[in-house]
Design a protein around this ligand. Structure first.
Ligand SMILES: N[C@@H](CCC(=O)N[C@@H](CS)C(=O)NCC(=O)O)C(=O)O
Length: 261
């Protein structure tokens, strides 16, 4: 008998939301440990024993210490009973992996930079300056130290922010185009690619005005908005977002029942 997985996660979005939603879609009960990213819990020594990279999410199951959100989703799908979240057909599975790689390497990091500049940095900036310096020094990965430093001290350059905005616009248009023939990202079947993309795309309609990023909207990307609605109608989203401590300011009912004219 396999033990219950323990998932270490922050708010049920971005990378944390991926294994959370995959577990819910499979119907797997798990123990949830909330790691408060804005309190730098992910760099504390006890958590570094679980994930030495100091990033969230991470999962412990059957003696395995698992990190990397997309790889954890694949583990969850392969390891547990429940609906299959990967297509059997080779071309569809290629498409699923293509979109997950594109989201992880290009689409999500670009949206994330804009969000870190406008939300994450300002959310922690007012802490005691000495405490902030110590927090940054405790970050194990050099690239994460750089990202936190730039977010906290407002050091993302105009050029890099403009490039990230440009990439989000391009990726959103490509995502819209991909939904021309099918309801789901990898074809006619819901898959891990939908979970991966949802955790990044759901926020984009809400970043249009607040973060000057008009990438996803009813006018610009109607298919993506309908796909988002299909996602919001899945019970797994409701169960996953119940783990939020207040960071998800989106009305699921309104999104699931939106009227399209
Ligand atoms: N490639 C990793 C990235 C994990 C990651 O960077 N997670 C973010 C939260 S979405 C994080 O831990 N940020 C906190 C930090 O960098 O200190 C994955 O997919 O799990």
């Amino acid at each position: 008998m396999s033990e219950k997985p323990v998932l270490y996660h922050w708010e049920p979005n971005a990378n944390s939301g991926k294994p959370m939603l995959a577990l819910e879609e499979k119907g797997v009960a798990y123990d949830s440990v909330y790691i408060d990213m804005l309190e730098f819990d992910q760099h504390r020594p006890d958590y570094l024993e679980i994930n030495p990279m100091g990033t969230i999410p991470a999962m412990v199951h059957d003696g395995h210490l698992l990190n990397e959100s997309t790889a954890i989703m694949e583990y969850v799908d392969a390891r547990f009973d429940g609906p299959k979240l990967r297509p059997d057909d080779a071309a569809k599975r290629w498409k699923m992996r293509w979109w997950m790689k594109y989201c992880d390497q290009y689409y999500a990091p670009s949206a994330s930079m804009v969000a870190w500049d406008m939300f994450t940095g300002p959310a922690v900036r007012n802490k005691d300056p000495d405490e902030l310096r110590a927090r940054i020094e405790a970050i194990p990965l050099r690239e994460r130290r750089i990202a936190w430093t730039k977010a906290i001290y407002g050091q993302f350059s105009e050029e890099e922010l403009a490039e990230s905005r440009r990439r989000v616009m391009i990726a959103s248009a490509l995502f819209e185009d991909n939904l021309r023939e099918n309801d789901w990202v990898a074809g006619d079947q819901f898959s891990l690619a939908d979970i991966n993309a949802f955790n990044l795309v759901y926020i984009l309609p809400h970043m249009a005005d607040t973060m000057r990023l008009p990438s996803v909207s009813v006018e610009r990307t109607p298919r993506t908005m309908k796909w988002l609605q299909r996602m919001y109608q899945r019970p797994s989203i409701r169960r996953t977002w119940a783990h939020s401590r207040g960071g998800m300011h989106i009305d699921i009912e309104a999104e699931a029942n939106r009227e399209f004219v």
